[in-house]
Each structure stands twice: as structure tokens, then as C-alpha cells.
Design a protein around this ligand. Structure first.
Ligand code: SAM
Length: 314
């Protein structure tokens, strides 16, 4: 058995996502971990971990805290997010220097001055999007990543959201003393990203990496629970029912490769008991319904804890 490498901080904290991300899976981690194959839970060893919709990576960072993962592949279609992952992986020190400077400047200012810094940075960030080189890693990526993290730590609700054009449009939040540079965690994250392949693209990019030795966790944008729900509004690229079907076909194809797969999504039955969308799509697999701490406010009938589905193929 491989030596178990448990990367906990000195004070026993685990590695946490470096960004708060829409649809972050912190609430569901225990339910997902419970469902890992027994062999993995016993050995605390995963040969190849693949996450095609990584977002903030709540499950990945949790697993990196307690399991030994030999190789990992993390994919997301959001290019600003992937820039952050790559910069933290390659140049954590430079990134932290920039974040520390930003933090020092921001915290020394009055609310009105903070607003000026925030909105000027946001305007420039959105203009730069048009001629930014998202393809080739270069020194400008460090600035870009520091700004994305800065917004995430200081914006309203702490969620990085973009409009249809891809512009970041969240107003400033009113946190008194936001920690913009979470030094200890950023080092731990950088460490956790060693030997990790980070890819910007569609989830199907995962295909060439998936083998029978892989554990794959899919956390796609939620299927909205009703027409007005905007829960799938993570990035400028929506994820509609056609994409959910495309994903189910991919899941079935990768099942045939022998990969061990876990997928989570919202349960459409929260809104309509007769909605069998996922039950039909994943009928060959095991579908569990679990309670999640997610509140839905836009429809009075849906307040309180709601169910999520977890689909496994083993
Ligand atoms: C529910 S979130 C994942 C949240 C993540 N589990 C966490 O803990 O933060 C879904 C993610 O899928 C990404 N996404 C949307 N469409 C995609 C696609 N076609 N391929 C890959 N990723 C996609 C979004 O950018 C978003 O980060």
C-alpha cells in the first residue's frame, strides 16, 4: 500500500478552496466521501482523480487533505478561474506579494476610497478581457489572478459572477477587514496542485485522461429548479438540458471504460415531483437523494433544506 501522505496544517486545519464559488460543494462533502468505494476509503489512496467541473474545488481540496492522490486532472470552462489555478500552482510567491500589497492598500482606505479602487480595478479588468492572452501563460496572468482573487474576497456576497459578455459585474461588498491574501491556505493550495494537470475547456476534455483507475467527480452547473431560478448562472456559458444529456452520455461512455464515477446535481423533484429528468438519464446507475443546506428564496414553496442527487456507477 502506498505511504499515506496527509497534508494537514500544523494546527490541524484542512486545505480549503481559495475562492468562494457558486455551487461550491462544501455542504455535500461528507455525503460524497461516504460514497467513495470502500477500497479507497480503507487505503486513503487514489491513483488518478479527475474533476471536469472543478469550480472552487471543495471536494478536491478536502481529499488532498486526507487522502494520497497520485495524479489529478482538474478542468473548468471558466478561463479566469483556470488562470488562478495555474498561477497558484506555478508562482504562489509572486501572487501572494501582489495580494499582500492589494490588501495593505485596500484596508488602509476609507469606504469611499475603497470603492474607487474596486470600481477602477473592475473597469480595467473588464476592458483588458478583450485583448488578454488567455492561451499562453505569461507574467500578466499573475496580475489577472490577483485581481480575480481580490474581487472574490471583497465583492458583494463574495461570489465571482460574470454577465453574458463575460464581464465581472458584482458590486463591492461591505466587509470591514477582508483577508485578501490567505497566505497559509494559498501555500497549502499550491502544494496540493503539485503534479496536477489544470485544463481550461469543456468537460469532454477529460476523456483522454479517464481510465479504469480513475475516480471522476462531476459537479456540473445545476439544472434550474424552476424557470426563474438562476442557479446555473456561473459563467457566461450556460449549461442547458442539452448539455446535461451530453454529460449523461459521457458518463455512460466513461462507465464502459471502467472508471469509478460520482456525479451531483440538484434534484428536479424539489420543484416538481413528476420531473424524472435525471432518473431517466441515469437509470442504469445508482441514484441517491440527500438533504443539502441550500436555501431557495425565489419560490416560497421551496424554502428550507432541499434534496440533491448523487449518482454513482459502482
Ligand atoms: C457547480 S460548479 C462546480 C462547483 C465546485 N464543485 C466547487 O466545489 O466549487 C460548476 C462549474 O462548471 C463549470 N462549467 C460550466 N460549463 C462547463 C463545461 N461545459 N465544461 C466544463 N466546466 C463547465 C463552471 O464554470 C463552474 O465552475
Amino acid at each position: 500500500m502506498k505511504e499515506i501522505q496527509i497534508k494537514l496544517f500544523k494546527n490541524g486545519n484542512r486545505i480549503k478552496p481559495f475562492l468562494k464559488w457558486a455551487g461550491g460543494k462544501s455542504q455535500l462533502i461528507n455525503e460524497i466521501v461516504k460514497r467513495l468505494p470502500d477500497k479507497i476509503k480503507r487505503s486513503k489512496y487514489i491513483k488518478k482523480y479527475i474533476e471536469p467541473f472543478v469550480g472552487g474545488g471543495a471536494l478536491f481540496f478536502h481529499l488532498k487533505s486526507y487522502y494520497s492522490i497520485e495524479k489529478a486532472v482538474l478542468i473548468d470552462i471558466n478561463r479566469e478561474l483556470i488562470i488562478c489555478y495555474k498561477v497558484i500552482q506555478k508562482e504562489p510567491n509572486q501572487l501572494m506579494t501582489k495580494l499582500q500589497k492589494l490588501e495593505k492598500l485596500f484596508l488602509s482606505k476609507s469606504f469611499a476610497e475603497r470603492e474607487e479602487i474596486y470600481y477602477d480595478t473592475r473597469a480595467l479588468y473588464n476592458v483588458r478581457m478583450n485583448d488578454f492572452d488567455y492561451e499562453n501563460y505569461n507574467f500578466e496572468w499573475i496580475d489577472r489572478a490577483s485581481q480575480t482573487i481580490f474581487f472574490n474576497k471583497t465583492c458583494f456576497n463574495g461570489l465571482f459572477r460574470q454577465n453574458k459578455k463575460g464581464e465581472f459585474n458584482v458590486p463591492m461588498g461591505s466587509y470591514k477587514n477582508p483577508t485578501i491574501c490567505q497566505t497559509e491556505n494559498l501555500f497549502a493550495v499550491s502544494n496540493a496542485l503539485e503534479n496536477v494537470e489544470i485544463i481550461c475547456g469543456d468537460f469532454t476534455e477529460a476523456e483522454k485522461y479517464i481510465t479504469k483507475e480513475s475516480v471522476v467527480y462531476y459537479d456540473p452547473p445545476y439544472r434550474p429548479l424552476n424557470n426563474t431560478s438562476s442557479f446555473k448562472d456561473y459563467s457566461k456559458d450556460g449549461f442547458n438540458d442539452k448539455d446535461q444529456i451530453r454529460l449523461a452520455n459521457f458518463y455512460t461512455k466513461m462507465h464502459k471504460k471502467g472508471a469509478c464515477q460520482i456525479l451531483s446535481n440538484s434534484d428536479p423533484k424539489n420543484a416538481n415531483l413528476d420531473d424524472d429528468f435525471f432518473d431517466e438519464l441515469y437509470k442504469e446507475f445508482k441514484i441517491d437523494r440527500v438533504l443539502a443546506n441550500r436555501m431557495i428564496n425565489c419560490n416560497g414553496n421551496l424554502r428550507g433544506k432541499i434534496k440533491e442527487i448523487i449518482i454513482t456507477n459502482y
